[in-house]
Ligand binder design. Sequence first.
Ligand code: DGL
Length: 270
Amino acid sequence: MIGVFDSGIGGLTIVKELVRKLPDYSFVYFGDTARTPYGTKSPETIIAYAIQDAEFLLEHGAKIIVVACHSASSVATEALRKRFPHVPIFEVVTPSVNKALSVTKRKIIGVIGTRATISSGVYQRRVAAIDPTVKVYGNACPLLVPLVEEGWLKKPETRSIVKKCLIPLKMRGIDTLVLGCTHYPVLKPIIQAKAGRRVTLVDPAEEVAEEVAGFLKKHQELDQTLKREGELKIYVSDLTEAFERVARLFMGRKVPLLKADCEIEHIIKA
Ligand code: DGL
């Protein structure tokens, strides 16, 4: 199975792309809805949660792990790779950085994400390691997460908050904008409208799906061991009707959610 985890339901935007790209494969997803959001938490807490989330997936048959959560990708990737050295671990920052570097002409990139993601400075570090002449400006836009979860995708309030989030980045003259949070791809039309036609949006969902597909092609021995029954099991640590509604919004279709009963008790107590 290909395992994917996120702080909640938003990571289904990544699953949607993975399933589109790899329709025959079987996926197991864990959304930590009981402890969401991660974007407001400290790196130490996010690391501890991310390790538990990955353990859950491995216990449920995952052979590779995709960290769909940008906050966890930003602060916990190193710790995850250290803890699970034999498991291929993908995250959403690297493919976004590569894509952003390949499209920027003015060499000024903007990133929007949660507070945890933006204050980690991971995008600046990664970009500087590849091309120090490129400038990266980040802005935390935490208000967009609840707006998306409420389904306020076209409301004037959402438009005005997106506009406000982008002002400091537009003032820097960005020509590329990374959507550094699971929830933002569903706001693409508004973000594009407010960023302007000349700004290229980088959707990490598309980039990470491309990366995983490329990796599996190159690693046939691992690829052969992955289940291909086109199955998608979505576990959540807390289940409410609202989560089911949000899951439908992110996947674009109704998907059943499974309550990760005993396992999450263990996770919460740990
Ligand atoms: N999934 C989170 C991210 O992409 C957004 C929601 C949260 O803060 O947990 O950073």
